[in-house]
Design a protein around this ligand. Structure first.
Ligand SMILES: *Cc1c(COP(=O)(O)O)cnc(C)c1O
Length: 389
């Protein structure tokens, strides 16, 4: 079980991002942590070794990433996985058949698919509610509820969950409060401060930030939960390779810098789109017109580069996503480069049409991941793609 060092937690965010989790290589003094590309370790004698026996269980490169991300979230323990969904898989394995989960209905499409197509088959039960409506979350709790699962802001509707209120509901129910913090990142939002027991990340997105690996993380401050997740991580074995951990670590070093720029660019693009006559609605928590702007300002320090727009016309939305030249038409988000996507046919195709309709995810909704390019170029690109022929 990897534990964050006290001196790392006493430092501020940008310093943690660069330094936490790695204090120099004892063999060579290498400033950047080595990629321990090994499956096993030499033992000096029977039962005598340096604590490393086999790389599914422990790998120094992975441990550096685990400590780094845990420190960024203000947690004590971190666990890296082969993907964000593998991290969710490990969370669900904390439960037993018959246990109940209350989840936001607006969670990442793949998370919803795993819950409904795999875990329900294996005996877990789920109630999906509007995570932005704390009363609905409370009403869904049953005596069997063991996890309250939230994502905020949600993908792609940018709906917020009140972390403090939801954490209180989970605590009263004696259920674990698990928060997917992929969109906001710990730079803008730290769910543990609002009562979360476990924070989940797809490191594939902002934490790595360069669209060149797939990975996931879980962090917690509770020793009892950490022990169980560590057992699951080793027993189920969905661990990432050392090179992907090293790439993610390279990414987190610039997290503070990147998120500041995503935020500046995201706000500018959101404000510009808000005034555009062809855009019916902009979903961005940083806009005063966002119905939960006040909550956003209360629990987030910034709003980042994710936003969605309602174009009101499916054919026009299709044309728009195929016309941008800088914004690449692609799944995923959170990289330095700007991406554009059509949730109904891409990231959220696995969400039942009826559920998509209920949450406002129409066929004319377009999602943008605003990168860190020059924002004037980004606006110019959107302008030409929205223009009439
Ligand atoms: C991408 C994503 C996931 C899943 O992560 P993978 O690394 O793709 O498995 C989970 N939650 C959110 C919010 C995501 O954006």
């Amino acid at each position: 079980m990897t534990r964050v060092a006290e001196h790392d937690l006493s430092r501020r965010f940008a310093t943690r991002a660069v330094h936490a989790g790695y204090a120099g290589d004892p063999l060579s003094g290498a400033v950047m942590g080595p990629i321990y590309q090994t499956s096993t370790y030499i033992q000096e004698g029977l039962g005598r070794h340096k604590g490393y026996e086999y790389a599914r269980t422990r790998n120094p490169t992975r441990e550096a990433l685990e400590r780094n991300v845990a420190a960024l979230e203000g947690a004590l323990h971190g666990f890296a996985f082969g993907s964000g969904l593998a991290a969710l898989d490990a969370v669900m394995k904390l439960l037993s058949a018959g246990d109940h989960v209350v989840s936001g209905e607006n969670v990442y499409g793949g998370s919803h698919r795993q819950m409904t197509h795999i875990w329900s088959r294996l005996g877990l039960t789920f109630t999906f509610v509007d995570g932005g409506d704390a009363k609905a979350v409370a009403a869904a709790v049953t005596p069997n509820t063991k996890i309250v699962y939230a994502e905020t802001p949600t993908n792609p509707m940018m709906r917020l969950c009140d972390l403090a209120a939801t954490g209180e509901i989970a605590r009263t129910a004696k259920a674990l409060f698990v928060v997917d913090n992929t969109f906001a990142t710990p730079f803008f939002q730290q769910p543990l401060q609002f009562g979360a027991d476990i924070v989940l990340h797809s490191t594939t997105k902002y934490l790595n930030g360069h669209s060149d690996m797939v990975g996931g993380m879980l962090v917690t401050t509770r020793d009892d939960i950490a022990e169980r997740i560590g057992f699951i991580q080793n027993s189920s074995g969905a661990v990432p390779g050392p090179f992907d951990c090293w790439l993610a670590l390279r990414g987190t070093k610039t997290l503070a810098l990147r998120m500041r720029q995503h935020d500046v660019n995201g706000r500018r693009v959101a404000e510009w789109l808000d005034k555009h006559p062809r855009v019916e609605r902009v979903y961005y928590p940083g806009l005063k017109s966002h119905p939960q702007h006040e909550l956003a300002a209360r629990q987030m320090k910034g709003f980042g580069g994710m936003l969605s727009i309602e174009l009101g016309n499916t054919a026009f939305a299709r044309r728009f996503v195929e016309r941008t030249k800088i914004f690449a038409l692609a799944e995923s988000l959170g990289g330095v480069e700007s991406l554009i996507g059509h949730p109904a046919s891409m990231t959220h195709a696995s969400v039942p049409a009826e559920m998509r309709r209920r949450m406002g995810l129409t066929d004319s909704l377009v999602r943008l991941s605003v990168g860190i390019e020059d924002v004037e170029d980004l606006i110019g690109d959107l302008d030409q793609a929205l223009a009439d022929d």
